[in-house]
Design a binder for this molecule. Structure first.
Ligand code: NAD
Ligand code: MG
Length: 390
């Protein structure tokens, strides 16, 4: 039996991962499941999958988790240290699916075990790509990307030589506001930004898809993970979300990865790697679909793409600033403090504040230093929000 742990088990990626492993319970020994506020889901899955340990990130919910697990064999724990301890328990495969920079420290702890890490938490590559890859190398750990675009790139690169890669194209659906008049965007409501035309995902990444911050982070993720230069990475709007990414080679060939918009493909690929196994996803009928559309992304509509390029150009820990400012701006939008289009202004302002002051961006990239930059960038973004909220 393979020992598996799921960090962020109660979320959208976590639940899709559980869907796959619950189909073959005899193959998996579940070590730990982690969550945050949804104690009922965490406890139910931990019992159903016979996990050894269930951890909530919320210390204030430890008693609730204990009560939900009373009379079962599942151990309960809570808090940041408990998450790291869960990620450190020996396992053969660990899914990193916490949302946000909160996934970085548990992800690093998982890498330190030297076992395979399925990485959905793109924020850890955005804010600390070099540290994450260095840690994986030092411990002989393989990282398998779970973001659909990055899984697609990874698959298109099998058997290829990176030296012959000319460019990488990642597709974007365009999110909820692809066809809205630009002048209407400032008035977009939380409910409107929280619905995605093609994918069923957590609320934060859904809003990030509407603002294109998700794609902006994926450009940085591509740069960090595959080691390609920023000017070799292109974003292409593709409303059907069926071509996930394309790799362009020096002979002019483009290898595209085509599949239904179902995260169980990328999760299942990472779960069974290096084998391919049957997965419960739709088989596309291309004749019935008929056409795929493509268009260039509009950087006026989606300034996030330009900001990501500026963050890569600045280098150092500017990715951590970009991510933390984006998370804070998103919190501000969800809380109703700022409007939809203010999010990009807040990120731009926070990046400028951090460059102008000693934001410690050029310090050595260690976990402590990334967390310090993250903290300072959140403060800078809060100041920018306060200014815009008037
Ligand atoms: P989600 O909001 O549905 O779930 C997030 C999970 O993280 C939950 O288990 C939650 O309990 C946990 N969590 C939240 N805050 C936490 C904290 N402070 N500390 C510890 N745990 C915390 O998110 P999701 O959509 O499943 O996304 C998870 C990750 O996967 C994100 O990095 C996202 O960008 C990435 N991703 C998601 C999708 C998708 O289809 N949902 C696709 C590609 C990549
Ligand atoms: Mg993606």
């Amino acid at each position: 039996m393979r020992k598996v742990t799921i960090l962020g088990a109660t979320g959208s990626i976590g639940q899709n991962t559980i869907d796959l492993i619950a189909r073959a319970p005899e193959e998996y020994d579940v070590v730990a499941l982690t969550g945050a506020g949804n104690i009922a889901q965490l406890a139910e899955d931990a019992v159903r999958l016979r996990a050894n340990l269930a951890v909530t990130a919320r210390e204030d919910l430890l008693d609730d988790l204990r009560a939900a697990l009373a009379g079962t064999e599942v151990e309960a724990a809570a808090g940041t240290q408990a998450l790291i301890e869960a990620a450190s328990r020996p396992a053969d495969w660990i899914m990193s699916a916490i949302v946000g920079a909160a996934g970085l420290a548990p992800g690093l702890a998982a890498l330190e075990q030297g076992t395979t890490l399925a990485l959905a938490n793109k924020e850890s590559l955005v804010c600390a790509g070099e540290l994450v890859l260095r840690t994986a190398r030092a411990h002989g750990t393989q990282i398998l990307p779970v973001d659909s675009e990055h899984s697609a790139i990874f698959q298109a690169l099998i058997g290829e030589d990176m030296a012959s890669v000319e460019r990488i194209v990642i597709t974007a659906s365009g999110g909820a506001f692809r066809d809205w008049p630009i002048e209407k965007l400032a008035q977009a409501t939380l409910a409107e930004a929280s619905s995605h035309p093609n994918w069923d995902m957590g609320q934060r990444i859904t809003i990030d898809s509407a603002s294109m911050f998700n794609k902006a982070m994926e450009v940085i993720e591509t740069h960090e993970f595959f080691g390609v230069a920023p000017d070799q990475i292109e974003v292409l709007v593709h409303p059907q979300s069926m071509i996930h990414a394309l790799v362009g080679f020096n002979d002019g060939a483009l290898m595209a990865h085509v599949g239904p918009p179902d995260m169980r493909h990328a999760i299942g690929f990472a779960l069974h790697h290096p084998e391919r196994r049957a997965l419960p996803v739709e088989r596309l009928d291309l004749a019935a679909i008929g056409t795929f559309e493509f268009r260039a992304p509009d950087e006026v509509r989606w300034p996030a793409l330009r900001l990501a390029r500026e963050a890569m150009q600045a280098g150092g820990m500017m990715g951590a600033v970009f991510n933390a400012a984006k998370e804070t701006a998103l919190d501000g939008f969800i809380a109703g403090q700022i409007g939809f289009t203010d999010m990009a202004h807040v990120v731009e302002d926070a990046m400028a504040r951090m460059s102008a002051s000693d934001g410690h961006i050029a310090d050595t990239m260690t976990l402590d230093n990334v967390l310090q930059v993250d903290h300072l960038a959140r403060k800078a973004a809060q100041a920018a929000i306060a200014k815009r909220a008037g």
